[in-house]
Design a protein around this ligand. Structure first.
Ligand code: CIR
Length: 258
């Protein structure tokens, strides 16, 4: 049984987020992004988490997706190397904050990993082998896991950015997955709930204690999640994520939780 987390780190949206995606032809409403981020923080606080904000750094437009920078577990933080050259360096500001509460472990040179590829289920880290995470990155998670009495299992990721873009753990032995994207046979879980048809974007959810946060705008998946939360006495909260979806992110990406 994983104990209920108490703390979260988030990183507010830098102004450079809007310009960065404008250059890629994606129009982001900066004001709306900031509001959605605040709603997200409020939702985290409503679950009982104490939330700390890491100062944004304008040099890193994607810094809001703080999840990718470090894996935290049992007082240790595995700080990553980022494959995406525009992002490499953003982990520095996060490491500075984590240092006061965690023992820092760094990925070896050449090992690449994004936190969005790491899904913890009980004593297992499932690691997505995506374009962002290489074999040396997986080995680093394996070593990190074994130091904690845990293990790591690799999962191919070919159809989406990160493992958790296509699947997330709902708790109660249940995985939510976009089954066209992720091979759920890799997971030792009792149940799999598939996202609704054409609703792959709903696969990323965030379970915190008796709360489940999910992305609004996916009605078929929401009704499947509602059946799950009703059965297990969990409160479901749907959140708007449009301005983070445009940056290829979603719910888990916006925090590091322990
Ligand atoms: C990136 O390409 O790295 C960002 N635009 C999106 C990162 C999303 N993070 C996540 O899914 N954990």
């Amino acid at each position: 049984m994983v104990k209920k987390p108490q703390f979260a780190l988030v990183r507010p949206v830098p102004n450079s987020y809007v310009d960065y995606y404008a250059r890629k032809g994606r129009t982001i409403d900066g004001q709306l992004a900031a509001e959605q981020h605040e709603q997200y923080v409020t939702a985290l606080e409503a679950t009982g988490l104490t939330v700390t904000r890491v100062a944004p750094d304008e040099r890193y437009p994607d810094g809001v997706f703080i999840e990718d920078t470090a894996i935290v577990c049992q007082g240790r933080a595995l700080v990553v190397n980022m494959q995406n050259a525009d992002r490499e360096g953003e982990q520095g500001g996060v490491e500075e904050v984590l240092r006061s509460t965690h023992t820092i472990v760094r990925l070896p040179k050449g090992a690449m990993l994004d936190g969005g590829d790491v899904m913890r289920i009980d004593d297992t880290f499932y690691v997505g082998m995506s374009e962002r995470t290489n074999a040396a990155g997986f080995s680093a998670v394996k070593n990190f896991a074994s130091g904690l009495g845990m293990r790591a299992v690799d999962v191919p990721v070919r159809h989406c950015l990160h493992l958790k873009t296509g699947a997330s753990y709902l708790g109660n032995g249940t995985l939510l997955a976009a089954t066209e994207w992720i091979d759920t046979n890799r997971f030792e879980v009792e149940h799999v709930i598939a996202t609704g048809e054409g609703e792959e974007g709903a696969a990323n959810t965030l379970r915190i204690g008796d709360h489940l946060l999910a992305v609004e705008g996916y009605p078929q998946t929401a009704s499947r999640l509602r059946a799950f939360t009703d059965r297990h006495g969990v409160q479901l909260k749907l959140l708007p994520m449009s301005e983070f979806k445009k940056g290829d992110g979603s719910l888990t990406c916006l925090s590091i939780i322990w």
